[in-house]
Write a protein that binds this ligand. Structure first.
Ligand code: 1PZ
Length: 206
């Protein structure tokens, strides 16, 4: 269950966590630690609770990938170490590998970023529209037909924009600020993760 941070809302807590991660990347220009990264990612899963029962499966899928990275943090210090291991063993794209799960979690972060961007682009935009567009852009290209169909059906069960905001303890006035904080913090983090693959000549078309 969600523990309220001093800043109050779940969205603010998520924004805070990713800002801290982005800062560690920027100021110490350090390799991202597996533990710091997976901790921030696990915080995101609180948002699923506000989307309703149909997204239980998406939540389990996301959480299992994040938990795998938390598990990996016991053996690997940095995300670079994970990639090094999988490159050496030719398991980067192998189902269940830490590198593959990192790639999946990164898609989840990007999905939320795209959703917030849609959400901010106009207050006419319903949650269902915003989520469908974001999913189509970010995740659908990498998902099977069956998964895309299931997600499409689930979209119809999403709460309304107003319901979501009220469940998140936000308003049309307060939410945009937190969403922007998350979007801005995520940009360098997503870029950093993509570079872990690209710098090793691994394409991102999977
Ligand atoms: C607020 C967000 C509303 C938008 C809702 C969009 C729902 C996305 C539903 C994703 C369903 C994932 C179904 C399973 C997909 C798997 O086939 C793939 C590949 O797994 P592998 O073969 O590597 O084991 N798994 C994924 O792509 C992981 C997807 C994680 C994305 C979760 C969304 C995170 C959104 C968080 C919202 C709070």
């Amino acid at each position: 269950s969600f523990k309220e941070s001093e800043s109050g809302t779940p969205l603010a807590a998520v924004a805070e966590a990713f800002e801290e991660l982005a800062r560690s990347l920027e100021t110490r220009s350090e390799d991202l630690k597996v533990s710091a990264f997976s901790d921030a990612c696990s915080l995101v899963s609180v948002l699923f609770g506000f989307l309703g029962f149909a997204f239980k499966f998406a939540e389990m899928e996301y959480v299992s990938k994040v938990n795998d990275l938390i598990e990996a943090s016991k053996m690997y210090d940095t995300l670079n170490n994970i990639l090094d291991y999988d490159v050496e063993h030719d398991t980067v794209r192998k189902q269940g590998s830490h590198s593959r799960n990192l790639r999946r979690v990164r898609l989840g972060l990007d999905l939320i970023k795209a959703l917030f961007e849609r959400f901010l682009s106009s207050d006419e935009c319903s949650l269902k529209e915003a989520a469908s567009t974001a999913y189509g852009q970010v995740c659908a290209p990498f998902h099977t037909w069956a998964v895309r169909k299931a997600v499409g059906a689930g979209m119809c069960t999403l709460p309304t924009r107003e319901q979501l905001l009220s469940r998140l303890n936000e308003t049309e006035k307060s939410a945009p600020k937190e969403m922007r904080r998350y979007i801005n913090a995520c940009i360098p983090i997503i870029e950093y993760i993509d570079n872990l693959f690209l710098s090793r000549k691994i394409s991102l078309d999977w």
